[in-house]
Ligand binder design. Structure first.
Ligand SMILES: [Zn+2]
Length: 283
């Protein structure tokens, strides 16, 4: 009987050491490694907090991730649903001091509306991409967006402006490749401009992907019709596809399998055509 000693990272930054009898059978070694990889995933659990939006605009998702060191919250919803958000955090066992990081996929009012409040109550660090930081500092969703339609822009600015108490300066700027391990999350940030200039995605455990508002899941998973720059959005979708995540967690709608995104291309679509042409192109 052979006794082997292994050192495995579960997850990165957290070293586990164990001994096991593997005999001469390499299969038992693989089984042990497989079980450990499951254990690593179990270190992080995802709670979906679905919050309603004002003006009957539907709902938005926040994702509370429990890690081995505390909690990370991806997006915070709109300020109208603050009480409900706090209730859900408490129900999950996330109390002041436990929330390590509030990570914003972009600077829109429906995702960043409770960030300043959470920082104050939970002492969490707020992170955003620097290209969207002006939006949350000035309470203006068009701060760094193109002005396609002046009238619609004026109306949206009026309806969706942040009040002064909701505006904030972020503590941390994240960008392509930012590593979240120090917050207990084995995850990396991707810069995914398109919906806004500073939109980001987060890939956790190598297979769970939080896409913000670039992709949405209404009747089916698709590119958001609210796009600031179609060309960069197209490149961002290609980037996600190339990462090959298993499950996509959108800002709006239920999580979906990455396969579901590309199984309904128009019949005449050539393989070489940009991916964005599979979806309604915003005008
Ligand atoms: Zn949104």
């Amino acid at each position: 009987m052979l006794t082997a000693k292994y050192k495995i990272r579960i997850p990165p930054g957290c070293l586990a050491e164990f001994q096991a009898d593997t005999g001469n059978n390499p299969e038992s070694k693989h089984r042990i490694l497989y079980n450990l990889s499951i254990l690593a995933k179990m270190q992080t659990t995802i709670k979906i907090i679905n919050l309603s939006l004002p003006f009957k605009l539907g709902s938005v998702n926040c994702y509370l991730i429990k890690t081995h060191t505390g909690y990370v919250l991806i997006d915070t919803g709109c300020s109208n649903a603050r009480d409900r958000l706090v209730e859900e955090l408490e129900r999950a066992g996330c109390l002041p001091g436990d929330l390590k990081l509030v990570l914003l996929t972009h600077g829109d009012f429906d995702h960043a509306g409770n960030a300043a409040f959470l920082r104050k109550k939970y002492k969490a660090v707020i992170a955003i991409h620097h290209e969207d930081s002006g939006m949350v500092e000035h309470g203006d969703i068009f701060y760094s967006r193109k002005k396609h339609n002046v009238a619609a822009g004026f109306l949206a600015r009026f309806l969706f402006r942040f009040s002064k108490s909701v505006r904030f300066k972020a503590d941390l700027f994240v960008d392509e490749g930012s590593d979240l391990t120090e917050y207990g999350l084995p995850a990396k940030v991707l810069h995914l401009p398109g919906h806004s200039r500073g939109s980001i995605g987060i890939i956790a455990n190598g297979e769970e992907f939080f896409c913000g508002d670039l992709l949405v899941n209404g009747k089916r998973p698709r590119l958001n019709t609210v796009i600031d720059d179609p060309e960069t959005a197209d490149n961002s979708v290609r980037k996600i596809v190339s990462m090959g995540p298993e499950t996509v967690y959108p800002g709006h709608g239920k999580p979906f399998s990455m396969n579901a995104l590309s199984i309904h291309p128009p019949a005449k679509m050539k393989r070489s055509q940009p991916l964005i042409s599979q979806y309604p192109t915003p005008r």
